[in-house]
Design a protein around this ligand. Structure first.
Ligand code: FAD
Length: 485
C-alpha cells in the first residue's frame, strides 16, 4: 500500500514497457501508476496542416499494438486506460478524477506534438499538477546536433559522424517489474475506436505478415542480429530476407532506437567480423534520426519542397497513370511488384521504394506529394520524418537529395537487384513462367515466348504505360525548365 498520489503515464508513439523512461521514472517513484493512451484526433495542432490523421494501415497496426501493450501492462499489475479527445482537455480531467500528482510522458520531438504537450503542461499547471517529459524516441535529440548558426545539419554523412562522435545514444532503461495500480476508472473500448477495417476487411495481408507488439519486435531484432552477416550487400536485394523489418515496430515505439543500437553494438563487440555489416545497419538507423531532425526544423516537410526551385516544377496531372501506379499495373514488373507488396503487407523493400518513387516522379512526372500521400495511407511504418524526407530525396527537392537528372532505369534496377526475378514472380504471378531474362521486360518477349509462358500482354499484364527512354527524356526536359528558371 502507498499513500502517494498516482502518476499518469501518457503513452503515444512509445508502446512498450522497456526503455520507456517516463514509465520507468513513474514506477520507481513508488506511486500508483495509471497508463493512458489517448486517441487524439481533436487537438487543434492535429488538425493543422503540419500534422495529419493516421493512414489506414497504421490505424490497423495501432489497434494490434495497443492490445499487446495492454496485456503487458496487466501482467505487471497495471491497467491501460483508453480515452479519446483533445489532450489538453482529457488529460487534466483524468488527472482530477484520480487526484494525480503528476503526468509523465516521453517527448515526441515534432512541432505539433511539442505544442500539444505545452498545452497539456499549461492546463495541468493551472490545477497544480506537475509534469515531466523524457527523451527516448531518437538516438539524439535534434537540439544536440546543430550548426554554428543554430540550424540542423542537411547532409547525412557529417550528421552521422556527429552521432558516432557522441559515442552513440544513452543506455536503455529496463521495464518495471511491477506497477502499483491506480484507482480504477472508465476506459473506452478499443473496438469502438474502429481502427480496423471491417467492410471491406482489407487487412488480411497485414495479419498474415506481421505480429505487432514489443515482444515480437525484440524477437525480430534477436533473429536479425543472429543472421546479420551480409547485411551491407543483402539490404539492397528485395528477393532476399536481408533486412530487419523493424520499421513499423520503431514507428510505434514498440522498440526504441537506442535498444537496437546497443544490442547491435553488443553483437559487434562479441563478433568483430560483423563490424562492417553492423556499422551499415547503424547508419540506416541514423537515417531515421536524420529524417526526424529535418522534420524538427521543417514541420511542413510533407508539403513543402525543401529546394524552392521545385515550386515551379511542371508536374503533370494524370489520374489514370497515378491509379495504374497505385495498383501495380504500370507494365514495369519491378514497380508493379513493389506496389503490390505494399498493398498486401503494408511495407515495401527500401530499394524498391526508391525505384517506384523515382518512376512516379520522373517517368510519370507526378508530384512527389501524391506518392507520399499514398505511402502514408498504405505503409504500416508510415513516418512523419522518413516518408516525406525520402520522397523529397528521390524527387531531388530535398536535403542531401539524389540529383534530379539521375533517373532510375526500372529494367536495370530489376535485373541488378532481383537477378533471378524471384521478387517479381512473388508479387506479379502473371509473369511466373517467364525466364529471368524476360521477367523484367516482358514486352521484349517474342509471341512464341509469351505463348509458352501462358501470358497475353495487354490483357493478362499491361504493356508499359510509358516507354523508358521517352519518360527519361521528358523528365530531363522538365528538370531543365527549373534549372534555368
Ligand atoms: P533495415 O534495413 O533493417 O533498417 C533498419 C532501420 O533503419 C529501419 O527500420 C528504419 O527505421 C531505418 N531506415 C532504413 N533506411 C532508412 C531510410 N532510407 N530513411 C529513414 N530510415 C531508414 N521508412 C520508414 O520507417 N517509414 C516511412 O514512412 C518510409 N518511407 C519511405 C519512402 C520512400 C520513398 C523511401 C525510398 C524510403 C522510405 N523509408 C521509410 C525508408 C526505408 O525504406 C524503410 O525504413 C525500410 O525499408 C524499412 O525496412 P527495415 O526495417 O527492414 O530496414
Amino acid at each position: 500500500m502507498t499513500d502517494q498520489a498516482p502518476i499518469i503515464v501518457w503513452f503515444r508513439d512509445d508502446l512498450r514497457l522497456s526503455d520507456h523512461p517516463a514509465l520507468h521514472a513513474a514506477a520507481r517513484s513508488g506511486a500508483p501508476v495509471l497508463c493512458l493512451y489517448l486517441l487524439d484526433e481533436h487537438s487543434k495542432q492535429i488538425k493543422a496542416p503540419q500534422a495529419r490523421p493516421m493512414g489506414g494501415a497504421t490505424r490497423w497496426w495501432l489497434a494490434q499494438s495497443l492490445r499487446a501493450l495492454s496485456a503487458r501492462i496487466d501482467a505487471i499489475g497495471g491497467t491501460l486506460v483508453l480515452r479519446q479527445g483533445a489532450a489538453a482537455k482529457v488529460i487534466p480531467a483524468l488527472a482530477r478524477e484520480i487526484d494525480a500528482s503528476h503526468v509523465y510522458w516521453n517527448e515526441i520531438a515534432q512541432a505539433p506534438h511539442l505544442a500539444i504537450a505545452d498545452d497539456v503542461t499549461e492546463a495541468l499547471a493551472d490545477l497544480d499538477i506537475g509534469t515531466e517529459s523524457f527523451a527516448g524516441d531518437l538516438l539524439t535529440h535534434p537540439n544536440t546536433i546543430r550548426m554554428k548558426e543554430g540550424r540542423g545539419l542537411r547532409v547525412f554523412t557529417p550528421f552521422f559522424k556527429r552521432i558516432l562522435a557522441m559515442g552513440g545514444p544513452a543506455k536503455p532503461v529496463p521495464a518495471p517489474k511491477k506497477l502499483i495500480a491506480a484507482p480504477k476508472v472508465k476506459s473506452d473500448k478499443l473496438d469502438d475506436w474502429k481502427l480496423e477495417p471491417s467492410k471491406p476487411d482489407w487487412a488480411g495481408g497485414l495479419r498474415e505478415s506481421w505480429t505487432p507488439g514489443e515482444v515480437a519486435a525484440h524477437r525480430l531484432l534477436k533473429a536479425f542480429l543472429k543472421n546479420i552477416q551480409g547485411y551491407a550487400a543483402d539490404r539492397d536485394r528485395p528477393d532476399r530476407d536481408g533486412t530487419s523489418r523493424l520499421s513499423p515496430h520503431l514507428r510505434f515505439g514498440e522498440i526504441s532506437p537506442r535498444q537496437i543500437w546497443h544490442a547491435a553494438q553488443f553483437t559487434a563487440d562479441e563478433h568483430p567480423k560483423l563490424q562492417s555489416d553492423i556499422g551499415k545497419f547503424l547508419s540506416e538507423l541514423g537515417w531515421r534520426d536524420f529524417c526526424r531532425h529535418l522534420l524538427f526544423d521543417i514541420p511542413d516537410l510533407a508539403t513543402r519542397n525543401l529546394q524552392e526551385s521545385f515550386d515551379d516544377f511542371p508536374w503533370k496531372t494524370d489520374r489514370k497513370a497515378l491509379k495504374a501506379w497505385q495498383r501495380g499495373l504500370t507494365g514495369y514488373p519491378i514497380v508493379d511488384a513493389g506496389m503490390r507488396e505494399l498493398w498486401h503487407t503494408g511495407v515495401m523493400h527500401n530499394r524498391v521504394r526508391m525505384v517506384v518513387a523515382s518512376f512516379l516522379v520522373k517517368h510519370l512526372l507526378i508530384d512527389w506529394r501524391h506518392g507520399e500521400a499514398w505511402f502514408w495511407d498504405t505503409l504500416v511504418d508510415a513516418d512523419n520524418g522518413s516518408n516525406p524526407a525520402n520522397w523529397q530525396w528521390v524527387a531531388g527537392s530535398g536535403a542531401d537529395a539524389a540529383p534530379y537528372f539521375r533517373v532510375f532505369n526500372p529494367i536495370l534496377q530489376g535485373e541488378k537487384f532481383d537477378p533471378d526475378g524471384d521478387y517479381v514472380r512473388r508479387w506479379v504471378p502473371e509473369l511466373n513462367n517467364l525466364s529471368a531474362k524476360l521477367v523484367h521486360q516482358p514486352w521484349t518477349a517474342t509471341p512464341m515466348e509469351l505463348k509458352e509462358a501462358g501470358i497475353k500482354l495487354g490483357s493478362d499484364y499491361p504493356m508499359p504505360i510509358i516507354d523508358h527512354k521517352e519518360g527519361r527524356d521528358r523528365a530531363l526536359k522538365a528538370y531543365k525548365t527549373i534549372r534555368s528558371s
